[in-house]
Design a protein around this ligand. Structure first.
Ligand code: PGA
Length: 251
């Protein structure tokens, strides 16, 4: 008797719409939901639209397409003008939340401690936290990428590995058209895994590690096929169903 081939590892392909999309974009989410039904069973797709669209997006999402948010406030409620809590996002239909994206770390001066508090709030509301980390070009060139990533993990990760995903997004790859090589990603993801297992034990083995930064239909197969890659966080190419589904099919 021969062993049956190992099942492919689960992949999460998450789209970060950033500040793009009004009601007309719901047609793309409807098209993604329809197409997601024919994806291989190990692939889940998620769309994180602007907060204003989460509720309506969740009405059209179904099956293996889920809806997430791009940010959250760490506190459950209070005098925080303009902010949205984890419970509110969950109530609107989100099942996962991106925290610590490099644009928020840079533009909104979010610290590792802020990111950790947000991740804890997301988990406490029953959703999955996607914690983003990544080095800048200067840090890469100085040879300190690994030190930076470990320091971000040490400062940003919550105490529990339940409902936790890590996204490795080199800052220099986000929106630039540049990517690391699959070999470089494999090496850095292995180092991230070492950090996760040291922190969480066996549970750290089960935390998905996504790659993000200029993932496109034409490079998705190479990037997603790299060892230790459990999916992708996709910006620009997640805005249209055709490109986003082409990436998901490459998983
Ligand atoms: P990009 O963005 O795919 O447009 O590079 C990725 C991200 O910001 O998550």
């Amino acid at each position: 008797m021969t062993d049956s081939p190992a099942a492919p590892r689960p992949h999460l392909i998450a789209g970060n719409w950033k500040m793009h999309g009004t009601a007309t974009a719901l047609a793309e989410i409807e098209a993604m939901a329809a197409a997601a039904a024919s994806l291989p069973p190990h692939v889940t797709v998620a769309v994180c639209p602007p907060a204003t669209l989460i509720h309506r997006a969740a009405q059209v999402a179904r099956g293996r397409l889920v809806i997430g948010a791009q940010d959250v406030h760490a506190e459950p409620c209070g005098a925080f003008t303009g902010c949205v809590s984890a419970e509110m996002l969950q109530d609107a239909g989100a099942t996962l939340v991106i925290v610590g994206h490099s644009e928020r770390r840079t533009d909104c001066h979010e610290t590792d401690a802020d990111v950790r508090a947000k991740a804890i709030a997301v988990q406490a509301a029953g959703m999955t936290a996607i914690v983003c980390i990544g080095e800048t070009a200067a840090e890469r060139d100085a040879g300190t990428a690994l030190t930076v990533l470990n320091s971000q993990l040490d400062g940003s990760l919550p105490g529990s590995a339940e409902r936790l995903v890590v996204a490795y997004e080199p800052v220099w790859a986000v929106g630039s058209g540049l990517t690391p090589t699959p070999e470089q990603i494999t090496g850095l993801h292995a180092a991230i895994r070492t950090n996760l297992t040291a922190r969480y034990g066996d549970a750290g083995e089960r935390v998905a590690i996504l790659y993000g930064g200029s993932v496109k239909p034409d490079n998705a197969a190479a990037l997603l096929g790299a060892d230790n890659v459990s999916g992708a966080l996709v910006g620009g190419a997640s805005l249209t169903a055709a490109d986003f589904l082409a990436i998901a099919r490459a998983a």
